[in-house]
Design a protein around this ligand. Structure first.
Ligand SMILES: Cc1ncc(C[n+]2csc(CCOP(=O)(O)OP(=O)(O)O)c2C)c(N)n1
Ligand SMILES: [Mg+2]
Length: 636
């Protein structure tokens, strides 16, 4: 008989996780860096006891379950998905606090293992504290909310179910195409029950991360399409970076002369000063990338999901016969826009294309035009960096300072508000991990928690967290964790007393910024931007940060801020650089559009006007169904 080990279900989970490894390109490493958690009755005696008994599997505290998932997700992103954390919560609110984090992970295709506590499997003491009962079934709990936001979901009602569940969890977490949140709901009683587990479950297991190659005939067809094209464009998504394909993309671009536009997740695929890097593409894109995209006859999407920000709500690509070649590990994404799908790893696929196109490049005039646009864009960035807006500085010039005074190998992290659009356009990325934007779910509150995950993944790099006052108020408590664990963050807190981003959007829709300012009510209602005498709230976020243990610099001017950035380098704990910025001085959009539908009928003339403008742009949205299918697919 094979040998067994008698452990509680929770102890078995931790023993298993400790022994999981991944290997890619011959480099092997542990897959789990440890476990974040907040304890309650739903996990303290189960997973909590198991973690206490196993100090080799490090436990980290957090202040908020949502934040700890953000930390894990940002860590996994920084590690190109080759390592992550497990996150344990109690039942009820602790568990559902993680649902947003799960969605962040799954949307961004980043691995994280969630271990929410669950109701008693034996049921006799129900309803337990925090149990949401159903009169129609006893086979449901709030943890069922994780189903649509998880790539794998399971409830472990008997200890032995782990034996089949855990390997499935690992298969999904380590799959480049399938990865995202994996949720194993662990009933409070079952976590503590012992079982004779097969020893082999706890043996070291190495999961190889494959570099799958696409179908050969499809590759040859793709090479033919590229040769036929006159003005092709690469759209580089996050997959380029996760696949570690940035050098290969550099070679591909230089050899073929095909220019590159970058998505939010793909920014940094090429250095900002690469002659063929047109920068950001789409709604928050540069005029360089957006002009080339508009006229391109072939789009080569690499590792992109084609979100509406990338496609400018399907208006970015206006060439009547535009076709798509999509290189993606996920078949789902590879087939988007009726593309010629190259289902495979970005690096492996680009290597093959480089060989197939060895003797080909774009017309020299097209290459020169791309390079010229890129240079013009660089001057536009210079212009915005050089604005000296008064009395309050503009966001663009402050971004310029962080970019230029921050260390070249630092990482900048952001997620929501007006910053992501400005950063996408203006940030000059000098290495593939420098630009960390969570823009799949664009979750307010990701910034500080995410910054912590980045710092944990690479403690030698400075981490600049760019965060608005709205996001800060939503979720900043993990400043405390950064201090507890000694991971220094430099947090740039940009206060404009409300939602600059949604305020601007609201005004563009004829709604005067309604509900987007942090001001007192007037005449029983919250005033919009039309009320010039609105009184701001007596909130002091700098003091708030100080009270959490951060070192705080209160800056008023551009020069203050420059000085504080320099000084922050020598401070050894989390530092907050607080500065107010102008709510109305925007970085403009550059020849792009985002579909936010406007009310069809309203009593407000400005809304009716906005509706008319919206209708004109809406008419430019395309289906991309007309794209000719490659011969290889017609035959099968
Ligand atoms: C959790 C969450 N709630 C709501 C939104 C919608 N939203 C996007 S940006 C934004 C305002 C962000 O305010 P702030 O952080 O101050 O940045 P600013 O817009 O002022 O630059 C809101 C409410 C969101 N992205 N995430
Ligand atoms: Mg704000």
């Amino acid at each position: 008989m094979s040998s067994t080990q008698r452990l509680t279900m929770a102890q078995a989970v931790i023993q298993f996780l400790k022994n999981q490894y991944v290997e890619r390109d011959g480099v092997e490493q542990r897959f789990f860096a440890g476990c974040f958690g907040i304890f309650g009755h739903g996990n303290v005696a189960g997973i909590g006891q198991a973690l206490q008994q196993e100090p080799g599997f490090r436990y980290y505290q957090s202040r908020n379950e949502q934040a700890m998932v953000h930390t894990a997700v940002a860590f996994a992103k920084m590690k190109n998905r080759l390592q992550t954390f497990a996150c344990t919560s109690s039942i009820g609110p602790g568990a559902t606090n993680m649902v947003t984090g799960a969605a962040v992970a799954t949307i961004n295709r980043l691995p994280v293992l969630l271990l929410p506590g669950d109701l008693f499997a034996r049921r006799n003491v129900a309803p337990v504290l925090q149990q949401l009962e159903s009169e129609h079934t006893q086979d449901v709990s709030v943890n069922d909310c994780f189903r649509p936001v998880s790539r794998y979901w399971d409830r472990i009602n008997r200890p032995e179910q782990l034996v089949t569940a855990l390997p499935e969890a690992m298969r999904v977490l380590t799959s480049p195409a399938d990865t995202g949140a994996v949720t194993l709901a662990l009933p409070e009683d079952v976590q503590t029950e012992a079982y004779d587990y097969p020893e082999a479950l706890f043996h070291k297991r190495v999961w190889r991360i494959p570099r799958n190659r696409p179908d050969r005939a499809a590759l040859e067809e793709a090479a033919a399409w590229i040769r036929e094209s006159r003005c092709p464009l690469v759209v580089a998504g996050g997959g380029v970076i996760y696949s570690d394909a940035t050098d290969t993309l550099d070679r591909f671009a230089r050899q073929t002369g095909i220019p590159v536009g970058e998505t939010q997740a793909g920014k940094g695929s090429l250095r900002y000063d690469h002659p063929l890097n047109l920068g950001a593409v789409g709604v928050t894109g540069t005029f360089a990338a957006n002009r080339i995209a508009r006229d391109a006859d072939l789009i080569i999407g690499i590792g992109t999901r084609y979100s509406d920000f990338t496609t400018a709500s399907k208006t970015a690509f206006q060439h009547p016969d535009v076709r798509f070649i999509n290189i993606n590990v996920a078949e789902f994404d590879a087939y988007k826009h009726s593309a010629l799908p190259l289902v495979g790893d970005a690096r492996a696929t680009l290597e093959e294309l480089i060989d197939l196109l060895a003797d080909w490049h774009v017309d020299t005039a097209y290459r020169a035009y791309s390079e010229q646009l890129r240079d013009q864009w660089d001057q536009e960035v210079e212009r915005i960096y050089a604005i000296r807006h008064t009395p309050l500085p503009s966001q663009g010039e402050l971004i310029g300072l962080v970019n230029e005074l921050g260390e070249a190998d630092a990482v900048m992290v952001c997620a929501a508000g007006s910053l992501p659009g400005d950063l996408h356009k203006l940030w000059r990325a000098r290495h593939p991990k420098q630009y960390h934007l969570e823009y799949g779910y664009s979750t307010m509150g990701y910034e500080i928690a995410g910054g912590l995950g980045i710092k944990m993944a690479d403690p030698d790099r400075e981490v600049y967290v760019m965060v608005g006052d709205g996001s800060y108020l939503m979720l900043s408590a993990d400043i405390v964790t950064s201090i507890q664990e000694g991971y220094k963050l430099t947090i740039v807190l940009l206060d404009n007393h409300g939602y600059k981003s949604i305020g601007g959007l609201s005004r563009s829709l004829g709604q005067q910024g309604f509900g987007t300012r942090y001001v007192y009510p007037q005449n029983g209602a919250l005033p919009g931007d039309d009320a010039e005498d609105a009184e701001t709230l007596p909130v002091d976020l700098a003091t708030n940060a100080e009270s959490l243990g951060a070192y705080v610099s209160r800056c008023q001017t551009y020069d203050d801020f420059a000085g504080a950035l320099e000084a922050a380098r020598s401070i050894d704990r989390t530092t907050v650089l607080y500065i107010q910025n102008d709510r109305y001085e925007d970085v403009p959009g550059y020849e792009s559009w985002w579909d936010v539908p406007v009310a069809e009928v309203s009593e407000m003339p400005a809304v009716a006007e906005a509706r008319a403008a919206w209708k004109t742009m809406r008419a430019k949205e395309r289906h991309f169904l007309e794209t000719q299918k490659p011969d290889v697919l017609k035959e099968t």
